[in-house]
Design a protein around this ligand. Structure first.
Ligand SMILES: [Zn+2]
Length: 330
């Protein structure tokens, strides 16, 4: 791994190649980094090759430009395992534990669904469609738990909302697992998709769903670039499953798939904005758009974890229970 550090900090801490450095989090010891290499780098070159742009309006580019001037690199060893706090503790598994779980369930083909959303019917059918397309035995919901901004769904509602689909039997418990991935999105579009695929491969998945604008931002990447990039790469040991949009079709009187339904002109969006208006109580929920059970759990999460809101607020950012806590070492 690499950490960005300034020249001044390196000399004031006396960090040089060959040193062992204790890394802390929440003011507690977490891991030891064996410093193998300290090097400088070209930020524009890095931004161009990762993001395909050097435009500072891109949040990933901005992140790269805010790095300190040197990278400290080397292997890390965990010395003080974090404690995962409720409600995440039930969903947190290491890659090894996930692979063991899949073996127990007899899953040899597993399709990953990355999410930062409370699931509406479009997401539910997207998972079911990808499960069929991959001829999988299991679906792994991998909820990205990380950097939040006001207006995002709170992490608790995302995780518990997805698990509710399993609990309520909309997807059988022996076919569905919810898990978390601690990751701050970089919005690198297709290149981040490849990274996500490799992370899920490590978790034991054989297939990964990639839909519209996966890990994208603005208009930097093509709509399905995150799916198409896999055609240009050698076999990575995990396959991309293309997932087009699901919407509500009043003619079919059901949730309908973009690639199948012929009534595109009647399309009723299951967009984030529409679902948000249901959750905020402005629009009457139809069970074809958002499961009542999911809506109920989202409202409970607002009360229990969200300071009254299922969406991230300043109060949530300041006072939420951290996903993990680092125990004090005596
Ligand atoms: Zn239709």
């Amino acid at each position: 791994m690499v950490l960005d550090v300034s020249e001044e900090e390196l000399s004031s801490l006396g960090v040089r190649e060959g040193a062992s450095v204790l890394l802390t989090h929440q003011d507690q010891p977490l891991a030891v980094l064996e410093v193998e290499e300290i090097f400088s780098y070209d930020k524009e070159f890095l931004a161009q090759h990762v993001y395909g742009t050097t435009d500072e309006a891109h949040p990933g580019v901005l992140r790269t430009y805010s790095f300190q001037d040197r990278f400290v690199a080397g292997p890390i060893t965990l010395v003080n395992p974090p404690v995962i706090n409720p409600p995440y503790d039930r969903f947190w598994r290491t890659p090894r534990q996930l692979r063991e779980r899949f073996a127990e369930l007899g899953w040899t083909k597993v399709v990953a669904h990355q999410t930062r959303n409370v699931p509406h019917s479009g997401h539910e059918w997207m998972m079911k469609g990808a499960y069929l397309a991959a001829e999988a035995q299991g679906i792994l919901v991998s909820a990205v738990i990380g950097e939040k901004k006001p207006g995002d769904y709170i992490d608790e509602a995302i995780v518990l909302g997805h698990d509710k689909l399993r609990e309520s039997g909309f997807i059988r418990p022996d076919v569905h697992q919810t898990s978390t991935l601690m990751w701050d999105m970089r919005y690198a579009g297709p290149r981040e998709a490849v990274f996500h695929a490799l992370v899920r491969k490590n978790m034991g998945c054989t297939h990964h769903m990639f839909g519209r604008d996966h890990a994208g931002v603005g208009n930097y990447y093509g709509t399905y670039a995150a799916h198409e990039i896999f055609d240009q790469l050698p076999d990575l040991g995990i396959k991309s499953v293309l997932t087009l949009e699901w919407w509500y079709c009043p003619v079919c009187e059901s949730v309908a798939y973009e690639g199948l339904c012929g009534h595109r002109e009647h399309k009723q969006d299951l967009s984030g904005t529409f679902i948000r208006s249901i959750i905020q109580g402005g629009t009457e929920p139809a069970s074809v758009s958002l499961r009542g059970e999911v809506l109920e759990v989202v409202r409970e999460c607002a009360d229990t974890y969200g300071f009254g809101s299922p969406f991230v607020t300043e109060a949530y950012l300041e006072n939420r229970t951290p996903v993990m806590s680092i125990p004090a070492l005596n």
